[in-house]
Write a new protein. Structure first.
Length: 238
């Protein structure tokens, strides 16, 4: 339970940071790409800790799958509420560009900010694990350089999995985009949780290039190019 308390404190600190950035930048819409930085940072930082609980907490901390799935849903729901119009997902930014709803420069700045936020989140998480506040984090710190890849199938299967999951996600997202946030945010969180849990034995269905970069690109097992084919090209194709 102490490990879970430490994780909740970590989640709270990350959420406060993202909410603070959003509040400060409301008056300067021209810097909206920084909101994408904060959104991506929050999503990746929280998902890294959820991933730690899944990999280590289920056997070292006595946390069952029901706890980890619930935490994933809460993280995704909170991210949707806090970040709102800044999804922290390059595929959604590119989709907006293709629909002629955004110009080239803001799109490039938003995507760059998302990857920068993902990279910073990884650095922050590694530092947090190095503090070894709990047994779970001590084990994670020892495993940090030899983390388990999320890609558990061949490149073709992985590409197909990400492509299909991304297609489902985008179809639902497009259908809900004009609905109230009270309907849209919970339904998207439920969908993402379901797809992630269902595809856990394949690719974990990130459907988000910057999220995948922060969560699994640094893990051994595949090259950067192979990861990019599955998690970037697969998501964009879908």
């Amino acid at each position: 339970m102490s490990g879970l308390n430490a994780s909740l404190g970590y989640f709270l600190a990350v959420v406060i940071f993202a909410a603070s950035v959003r509040t400060l930048l409301k008056k300067w819409p021209r810097f909206s790409f920084i909101l994408e930085f904060a959104s991506s940072f929050m999503l990746v930082a929280c998902r890294l800790e959820v991933q730690t609980i899944v990999e280590v907490g289920e056997w070292a901390g006595g946390l069952g799958p029901d706890v980890t799935v619930t935490m994933l849903f809460v993280v995704l729901l909170t991210h949707g509420v806090i970040c709102g119009g800044a999804p922290g997902n390059p595929t959604l930014v590119v989709l907006k560009f293709l629909q002629l709803e955004a110009t080239t420069l803001p799109t490039l700045l938003a995507v760059a900010a998302q990857f920068l936020g993902a990279h910073l989140a990884l650095l922050v998480a590694v530092y947090y694990w190095s503090l070894e506040l709990t047994d779970m984090h001590m084990i994670k710190n020892l495993m940090a350089r030899e983390c388990s890849t999320s890609l558990l199938v061949s490149l073709l299967q992985g590409f197909f999995t990400e492509c299909v999951c991304a297609l489902i996600f985008h179809l639902v997202h497009l259908n809900l985009r004009r609905r109230s946030a009270l309907i849209q945010v919970p339904l998207i969180a439920i969908l993402l949780t379901f797809l992630s849990h269902t595809a856990r034995g394949y690719t974990s269905a990130y459907m988000n290039p910057s999220l995948a970069y922060g969560l699994t690109f640094h893990c051994p097992g595949f090259t950067f190019t192979e990861y990019a084919v599955v998690y970037w090209l697969g998501s964009l194709t879908g």
